[in-house]
Ligand binder design. Sequence first.
Ligand SMILES: [Zn+2]
Length: 482
Amino acid sequence: MKERLEKLMGYIRGLGADYGDIRVKDIAEEAIVLEDGKVKQIWNERSKGFGIRVYAGGSLGFSASNDLTKLEETAKKAYEIAKASQILQAEKTVLAPKPVVTAAYATPVKTDPFTVPLKDKLELLMSCEKIMMAVEGVSKTSSNMSFRKYEVIYCDTDGSYIVQNFCQSGGGISAIAQTETDTQTRSYPDSFRGNYHRAGYEFILEMDLPGHAEEIAKEAVALVNAPDCPSGIFDLVIDSTQMTLQIHESVGHPTELDRVMGYEAAYAGASFVKTENLTEELIYGSPHVTIVADATYPAGLGTFGYDDEGVAAQRTVLIDKGVFKGFTSSRDTAAKAGLTSSGAAIADGWHNLPIVRMTNINIMPGAFTPDELIAGVEDGFLLSVNKSWSIDDKRINFQFACEAAYEIKNGKKTGRIFKNPIYSGITTQFWGSCDGVASEEYWCLRGTPNCGKGQPGQTARVGHGSAPARFRKVKVGVADVK
Ligand SMILES: [Zn+2]
């Protein structure tokens, strides 16, 4: 393959292109979904193909194919698209420099999930379903696991050649309780398909799904019979599951440099952050808030050796003790801002262009135990597991709902649970109200396998490291509170 791709790079240079690169991807996926103790779906897919980018005269052309006998033909098409695009060129695209490398990277895997018999996977999920269904009051159950294994071979006209092999494993369980007037769901280890790591089947076993099945089933029943969460201004402790979503929507997306530059506006696509904020100070949060984009942190869904532009994985500080410091970027967006790429350009599959993507967006742990965070709350709630989200297209105003709110009075959890907690805020004010993050012992890495961006739409798999954190005077509920 190396020889063929290097020959192709020679062909692209011969066309008169400024630069060209190729990603050959071979992707295998498996998904298993159970509902109410029955198999709802077993899905397997294999997809192999390549995408070629060619820059000519400062314009980009892209073409992809699943026919590996058509490398030259596809490269020529990309070149012709680049040439044709020059007619509408507003300015020449410049790519930030990067080192030329020959490298290999692989996700560390103990047990290849594709070698685990389907029977074992079904038995594990079925055991969870049985435990949940045995709890009185539970009306529906669901459980799932999915796996993704893929190889990326990257080559460019500068001379880089990189082979990477990735493996992703994850899953989760949910119990639903219904009354005549209400439905409530409780999920473990997270909502929206659970938790995912770049790891082997060992990660499924580490999550101990059966060990949490009874607890979430009981909580679903408790929730459907619980009162609605009161509205008002409250202090909140937000657990690491909901912190994941909070970081993703209100820090991860607004600090993507393509959004900041206005190249990406779909799906609440713009940002209140400006490139000028690299020099003009932007206070994003309190001194407790340090958030990094770290593609080097082990096992995250955003962990790799090199991004899809052949740029090495990095740790970029986005917010340092509350002050905005940097963006996730690609080679073209970085060059425009006078930076080098943060190594965050990823393409979904082989048929898409690389675009700026979150890697692992992690909040750094603080010095508190969760009990200490709770002890500092006179009247408030501990919120757990995301239920829904809404954020404006500049990513300033947000409103998030959680599965459960646990009441805190005078520094202690009272044992009362409330349903439908909703909280809202303004991004910088909210992060500014953070006065404590739990320590490393309570910090964990979660993976989001379904981050949507771009037109045509692309799905990214991104990671978030988080710990429970405390926020002061947050608006809870939808009622008008002063
Ligand atoms: Zn997203």
